[in-house]
Design a protein around this ligand. Structure first.
Ligand code: SF4
Length: 296
């Protein structure tokens, strides 16, 4: 644990949040509130508002009763073993998890109750739980994704200062893949003029292909609320030459429309050139039905 951060425990009323979305899952589970990875583009900072705390990156809240609450939910006869998205708001494998070890307990419950999961992370700590992930994959299904937005370590250190190094994230993907797990690559967010460059995207598709990744998901930087203000402040001081072009892009609809058209054209070319699928939906695990359960 680092001295830079403050850690507090809290209790949750329920382990799962029901989400009504177009996504192929409807339950979210987040062990932690706040995230030590400190990505400059973080979309989740708004979530600290509900705690009346404005330090999302340094004030980490640990849901101390989450394992008990999850078991209550999964053991209920009403639970239909729907897919759970682990860490939709904050990274379940951020540094504090090394000490707290909540993920192994969560994975053991998912295995016990044959409940499939989706996990995305920027941390190699996930490898600690590889045996549990393999077991979950066998009994219910698990889809894992590692987020890598650039292969340039210097740039990654600026953008995602406390995440695992790029080398470690690639190694994580390779290890998970060679263990027979379904592994995707989150190329999100792509930042115009910084990481959404032809060179960077080409390098990433090439590496994803070498890693024999199952799929890649791409997404352009989305700026809302405090993220927008903080991001432009960061650009002004760190990449001053990119400030005006970015500002114009995010304030002129026509410009953005044309930018997106060209970017997605390039992504379509790269997808074909490197044979890396951008269709992640077919890898989302399905609910284990009662009939299948009887086979175990
Ligand atoms: S890993 Fe995700 S939640 Fe954590 S700081 Fe980065 S973007 Fe935010």
């Amino acid at each position: 644990m680092s001295d830079k951060f403050s850690y507090q425990t809290m209790t949750c009323k329920s382990a799962l949040n029901k989400i009504n979305s177009f996504l192929p899952y409807h339950y979210d589970l987040n062990i932690y509130r706040g995230c030590e990875h400190h990505c400059v583009y973080c979309f989740a900072k708004y979530s600290h508002r509900y705690l009346e705390d404005n330090n999302f990156f340094d004030h980490i809240y640990i849901k101390e009763n989450i394992v008990e609450e999850l078991e209550k939910k999964l053991s209920s006869k009403n639970w239909k073993r729907d897919v759970i998205n682990l860490g939709g708001i904050t990274d379940s494998y951020q540094p504090i998890e090394k000490d707290r070890k909540l993920m192994p307990k969560i994975l053991k419950l998912l295995i016990k109750y044959k409940t499939p999961a989706i996990i995305s992370t920027k941390s190699s700590l996930i490898l600690r739980d590889i045996e549990l992930l393999k077991k979950l994959s066998e009994v219910a299904g698990v889809q894992i994704a590692c987020t890598i937005t650039t292969l340039d370590q210097n740039l990654a250190t600026i953008l995602e200062p406390n995440a695992s190094s790029i080398k470690m994230r690639i190694k994580t993907i390779q290890t998970l893949k060679s263990s027979g797990l379904t592994v995707g690559w989150h190329l999100m967010p792509m930042i115009p003029y910084i990481t959404a460059t032809r060179n960077n995207l080409k390098n990433i598709f090439e590496m994803a292909s070498k890693c024999q990744i199952d799929y890649i998901i791409t997404g352009l930087l989305n700026l809302r609320g405090t993220t927008r203000t903080d991001f432009f402040r960061f650009i002004k001081t760190t990449f001053p030459e990119k400030y005006q072009p970015l500002w114009d892009l995010y304030h002129q609809k026509d410009k953005m429309k044309e930018y997106k058209r060209q970017l997605f054209q390039l992504l379509n070319i790269l997808e074909k050139e490197y044979h890396v699928s951008r269709n992640y939906q077919k890898y989302v695990p399905k609910r284990v039905e009662q009939k299948q359960l009887e086979l175990f």
